[in-house]
Design a protein around this ligand. Sequence first.
Ligand code: AGP
Length: 617
Amino acid sequence: MCGIVGYIGSKKATPILIDGLMSLEYRGYDSAGIATIEKDAIKVMKDKGRVKNLYNLDGIDKLSGTVGIAHTRWATHGKPSKENAHPHMDNSGKFVVVHNGIIENYADLRDFLISKGYTFLSETDTEVIPNLIHYYYTNGPVSVLKDESEKFLGAVKSAVYDLKGSYAIEAISTICPDEVIVVRKDSPLVIGKADGENYIASDIPAILKYTKEFYLLDDNEFAIIKSNNIRFFDNSLVEHNKAVKNIEWDANAAGKDGYEDYMLKEIFEQPTSIRETIGSRFRLGEKCSFDDIEISKEYLENVNRIFFVACGTAMHAGLVGKNLMEKLCHIPTEVDIASEFRYRNPIIDEHTLCIYISQSGETADTIAALKLAKSKGAKTLAISNVIGSSITREADYSIYTHAGPEIAVASTKAYTSQVVLVAILAMHFAEILGSSDKLEIESLKKDIIDLPSKIEQILDNTEPIKDFAKKIYTEKDMFFLGRGTDYSVALEGSLKLKEISYIHSEAYAAGELKHGPIALIENGVTVIGIVTDKNLVEKSISNIQEVITRGAKTLVITNQILPNNNFDYVINIPETNPLISPILSVVPMQLLSYYISKFKGLDVDKPRNLAKSVTVE
Ligand code: AGP
């Protein structure tokens, strides 16, 4: 949520900052702003709306400063407006900050500052930060600090000490015009190191075209960044060295590559991203292996329960994982929404394995749920797409989907890669435990290897899906039905539709419909049925017949030859093992939501009210 960019070097900062914000816009897009250090003052320019509006601001082209910070906002405290947009300046005009996260005790801090004579221009929680920095700069322990730079750092540290909540902060000051100070807690921040210049961002892809060398800031770690040196400090301001990390992502992978939208590009990337996820983790005739984790038979034999914990789409990947773990490893498995798990006092001990799935690796609820399980003695395993993300740094074990950067807010390729990775993990555990028939696992491996070419077949024939989208895009309500694994993917199809088309939709276990929701079915309502498990075909079809009888218009996504054919539309997909069928059946649903959103003229990549990475509770 919210995106941060910073630059310090010899080039004009403004174009670099705006360009970086553009690529971070998926993190928040209700307002944006920049601040640069001009000759003797800090110039702040900001506005409501999209990042590109910054180009229209009077005088923005005249900024020539080579040090600057920038922000694209996803509103938490205060409506989207110019006043609430970042950067925020203190009353003296000497300190300016941008901030991601939430300051939970901002009301108390604001009252304190008001009692000291400070005034506020915005409704944000953030505005307390530059004023606190000013307060501590003017009231701090001056004598023990050597120079202005350390005095500035000392003031930032004292201000941050007062904050409760989550933050990634960039601060600049007229007092030290040649530096940017950064600090983070529970909100991501990276520093890109280049020759004679340094970059800052909340996400690696935003600055990947400038450098491949990154410092991943830790919680409660501070840095003073100058154009040709970076100093790191712990939360007692003791200086330390930090290792630089080489990031091998391809900068072009973060672009649109000729596609109209990131989401469409990412849907079409799935054959490639799945191949990357498989990587060298298994071959036919050989056991699965993970370079990144070592889990013993002795440990697994003592695991009596597995939890998948995640949010949104990642949680839906966990639902598929439950089936895989129970079928292949015979370990009882539960799936929890992270925001519920963290407050429901789950029964966890050292015999529990908690698996956390998060594309971004920065989702606040998922991180908190992970810390909770660790504190209760469980082992934790993170599945993420972002190397070095917060969740992977907290977990006992981390494995990566390697799906490449996912920019569109609506997750597509991350989901399919998460399911593939969970399937490989379940096979790996089953091989360690000897809990499944070898031939069964071998056949699942073959099915996983075949997934990319089967997705290509679906992507080669998108016209029928587009055609159906054209017929239904003006509707207000839709239903998704499925049984077993088809139900878990129905939930994902329904979420995708809501997110980017703003059409209300519900997903139901097909057999549950008659226990209430069938009352909502009336003439012309669209129902999408997913039927991929041959053992459940007849049951699922009966449920779809029940809605047809009540006037519903139906689209059926199937890999079976269906006994009757009174459906309005049928999308045929290739057959695969039912345990992993969501990886194929989700693709037509991703495309359906995409085309509906396009027909409605909506912004597919940046749906209203949503942000890519949910770093607040
Ligand atoms: C997916 O389309 C959504 N944007 C959302 O549900 C997302 O999956 C969820 O916020 C979890 O994100 P994470 O995988 O980065 O933790």
